[in-house]
Design a protein around this ligand. Structure first.
Ligand SMILES: [Zn+2]
Length: 87
């Protein structure tokens, strides 16, 4: 699988480390225990279009938001995570 790093160009996925599905952090002041449990431990693990956070550990060492199809491993988009709130 090739991941198009925005800084380094297309690279083998072995250069990256999967971090997590992108999950919005609940509001700390108002989140219920169930919302925290879901945020910390539950993942959708969907088949099909997913948005994930990867670290380009053997390249630029930047976090990259990757949109891919989990059934075919086709990457449709990749952008730097520092330009958006991921956590
Ligand atoms: Zn890179």
């Amino acid at each position: 699988m090739l991941i198009p790093c925005p800084l380094c160009g297309p690279r083998d996925a072995l250069e990256f480390r999967f971090v997590d599905e992108t999950v919005r952090r609940p509001e700390p002041q108002s989140a219920s225990p169930e919302q925290w449990r879901s945020y910390l431990y539950l993942r959708a693990n969907r088949a099909g279009a997913v948005t994930e956070l990867w670290l380009h550990r053997s390249g630029c060492r930047q976090y990259v938001v990757v949109e891919r199809d989990s059934l075919t491993n086709t990457v449709t988009a990749a952008r730097l995570a520092r330009k958006e709130a991921v956590s």
